[in-house]
Design a protein around this ligand. Sequence first.
Ligand code: ZN
Length: 312
Amino acid sequence: MEELFQINRRDFLKKSGLAAVALGFGTVSAFAKRDSVVQLTILHTNDVHSRIDPFPMDGSRNQGLGGVARRAALVKKIRSEQPNVLLLDAGDVFQGTPYFNLYGGELEFTIMSQMGYDACTMGNHDFDNGIAGFVKQLPHANFPFLVSNYDFNNTGLKGKTLPYKIFKKQGLKIGVFGVCIELEGLVNKKNYLETVYLDPIAKANEIASSLRNDQHCDFVICLSHLGYKYKENKVSDQILAKSTRNIDLIIGGHTHTFMKEPEPILNLDGKVTTINQVGFAGINLGRLDYFFDRDSGKQKMVSAVLPVRDCV
Ligand SMILES: [Zn+2]
C-alpha cells in the first residue's frame, strides 16, 4: 500500500511553501530529494459561486476573505516555484453575486481561463441559466469541463464536455475525470432538460479502471460535485471512495465543507483514496503535493489549506 505522510497544517503554513519541504520535513524532505522522485502539485477550489471580489468588510464571518486577484497571485507564485502544477475546480462556478446575474458566467470562465485552470467539473448551480446559458459561456472557457455521469446526448451540451482528460507532467500520467450530482429534485427540469443522470459509482469505477489499467495512468483524480457526506444514505465522496477502485484522490464540492486536512479512506482494494474539499467562495485554495518515486513505486503526500487573503 502506498505510504501517505501528512503534516500538520499550521506547521506547513508557518513554513509556507514547498521550499520548506525541501528544507526540513524529515522523511518527506529526504524522499523528495531523491533523483527518482517527481513532484506533482495539485491546487484546487470548489463552489466559488461567482465570488470575484473578496467578501466585503461588513463585520460578517468571511469579511475580507477570498477574491480572484489574490487567488491568481497565489497560484502564480506557486507556479513560479513548482514545475508540475494542476489547477482544478469541483463545480458550482456560477451563482452567488450580481456578477453572475449581470454577465451570466462570462466573467467567471474568462478569469478561470486566465488563471490557467486545467479542468473543472459541473455543479448543480452551473445549470442555473439552463443548458443554453452554460453553452453560451463555453467559448470563454479554455479548459475542459469533465463530466462522466451525465448523458447529454439529447441536449445542447452533446459533445461539449469530456468524461476525462489525461495530463502528462515530467513523465507522470495523471488521469482526471468528473462525477456530478443527481439533478432531479435539486434543479428545475427546464434547466437540465433531457440530461440523463448515470450512477456515479458505476461510472467512476469504469473510468478509473480504464485510466489505470488501459491508459496506464500513474495517478487518478476524481473531480466530484457529489458532496462530502450526508446523514442519509445518499451517495457522497465518502461512499464513492469506499465503493470504488483505482481512484487516488477525490477533489470534492457541493457541501461547502471546510476540511482541515484531507481524509484518507480505504477503497475496495484496501488502498487509500484521499478526499479533500476547501469550503466555498474561493476563501481557501487547496494544495496537495505528491512525491512519486519512480524506482520504488512509493509515494508520499503533504497538504495544506491556503487561505486567500491579502497576505500574498
Ligand atoms: Zn452544488
